[in-house]
Ligand binder design. Structure first.
Ligand code: ARG
Length: 467
């Protein structure tokens, strides 16, 4: 698709009535949005077809003109799709590029299309349609990521790994349970996406410049034709509102934050020091100088994409925050932020879904790490509460002494001889060894939402049924 920029100084053919000369070259450059809003061509044409059809239905334009307009617009659609459309920067944006081409194709009837509408409601419509489709795509992609995690969780419902707080070994958990934590996060992201689709599902077209129109239009008809639930209810709000774009960016930022935490974990887990997972060749790179290396570049880039997405959110919030009602040209800057964030988010979800499906889990390594760092200390304290009737605070103290002793001997809690444990507290019997293994620790945590394999399987079943 070529872009022409012939520097004629004639006034604009769309709004040039009161202008004697054309814009300065710099004016043209700062004003034009065609370089990025050509992405909205399909939405623009769909919107125009719905608008023209409604105008004819209401007797505002003749059905003959409507037929010419619709035919012309379909021709333009295929020209753009096949790369045979010449975009012009002089014509500023996608709306005027399409309309000017329509005039060339069908003559004076083209001039009737813009009856009862403005570029203000037109761009609000095009962009809403685009964001709605992007949200629908995001919803599907998140469903794919959730499915990948559910499969891994099922496979590893019993695989023990260390659970961390402060990135210090805390208590044993299962890898399945850890995977399900991400299912919860991405599940919330997906419901945010669904709510956002509900919020934006109102048709802006017909709000016109800001005040509505005197023509007898039918906004319910266009809303229906364009797949919206209903028309928007306030014409001023309609052309000033970019909440739908900001909501998309907010969701992208939260999802990006979740993806980035996962990316960070993958980076840590795949180090030789942790060795919990191995990335497939498909999602890692080598080093040009160090032959032994396998780098988690994809995970690192997912982590980095969060920066771009957050930047877009802050940019659009800042663009919008001081604008008086209704439309101001500042709002033209909304699109690049959303397009860039959407591209980053799609890539990040796709890369993560691939990594989660592909990574090899080193269960032996995870289990060994789960048992180190006195991860079953809480189980010893709980045993003292349960079997010896100690208040938890006392049990905590006794256990602390056992950990200190094991540390001084350089062994695990389970390796301390009974005589040592009994010297710390006489109520301890050899039954205590049953709870000091990581498997026993994990299996005992059957509270709702806990890490016991039986509980994890219940949560997997819940999410499989939910979708
Ligand atoms: N290209 C413009 C935008 O993206 C279209 C709306 C222009 N409206 C106007 N009153 N100049 O916001």
């Amino acid at each position: 698709m070529a872009e022409s920029n012939t520097d004629t100084k004639s006034s604009n053919q769309m709004w040039g009535g009161r202008f004697a000369s054309g814009p300065d070259a710099i004016m043209e450059e700062i004003n034009a949005s065609i370089g990025f809003d050509k992405k909205l061509f399909a939405q623009d044409i769909r919107g125009s077809i719905a608008h023209a059809t409604m105008l004819a239905h209401q007797g505002i334009i003749s059905s003959d003109d409507k037929d010419k307009i619709v035919h012309g617009l379909n021709t333009i659609l295929s020209e753009i799709e096949s790369g045979n459309f010449e975009f012009s920067r002089q014509l500023e944006d996608i709306h005027m590029n399409v309309e000017a081409r329509l005039a060339t194709l069908i003559g004076p009837a083209a001039g009737r299309l813009h009856t009862a509408r403005s570029r203000n409601d037109q761009v609000a419509l095009d962009f809403r349609l685009w964001v709605k489709e992007e949200l629908q795509k995001t919803e599907q992609m998140l469903t794919g990521l959730i499915a990948a995690f559910l499969d891994r969780a099922e496979e590893h419902a019993e695989s023990v790994m260390p659970g961390f707080t402060h990135l210090q070994t805390a208590q044993p958990v299962t890898f399945g349970h850890h995977c399900m934590a991400y299912v919860e996060m991405f599940g919330r992201d997906r419901s945010r996406v669904r709510h956002a689709i509900e919020h934006l599902d109102e048709s802006p077209i017909g709000a016109a410049a800001l005040a509505g129109t005197g023509y007898p239009i039918d906004r319910h008809m266009t809303a229906k034709a364009l797949g919206f639930r209903e028309p928007t209810r306030n014409s001023i709000d309609t052309v000033s509102d970019r909440d739908f774009a900001i909501e998309f960016l907010s969701i992208a930022a939260i999802t990006g934050m979740h993806l980035s935490r996962l990316a960070e974990e993958i980076v840590i887990w795949s180090t030789p020091q942790f060795g919990f997972v191995r990335l497939s060749d498909a999602f890692s790179t080598g080093s040009s100088i160090m032959p032994q290396k396998k780098n988690p570049d994809a995970a690192e880039l997912v982590r980095a994409k969060t920066g771009r997405i957050n930047g877009s959110l802050v940019a659009l919030l800042t663009i919008m925050k001081g604008l008086p009602l209704a439309y101001s040209k500042d709002m033209q800057e909304d699109k690049e932020q959303v397009f860039d964030a959407a591209e980053s988010l799609e890539l990040a979800i796709a890369a993560m879904t691939g990594m989660v499906r592909d990574l090899t889990v080193n269960t032996a390594r995870m289990k060994a790490a789960a048992g180190s760092g006195y991860s079953t200390a809480t189980d010893l304290a709980d045993w003292l509460v349960r079997e010896a009737g100690l208040p938890f605070r006392d049990a905590h103290h006794v256990t602390g002494r056992a950990v200190a002793l094991a540390e001084s001997k350089g062994c695990d809690l389970a390796e301390l001889p009974l005589s040592d444990l009994q010297a710390i507290h006489s109520a301890i019997t050899d039954k205590v060894y049953d709870v000091l293994t990581v498997e026993a620790s994990v299996a005992s945590r059957k509270s709702f939402g806990g890490t016991a394999p039986s509980e994890v399987r219940k949560q997997i079943a819940f999410w499989r049924a939910r979708n």
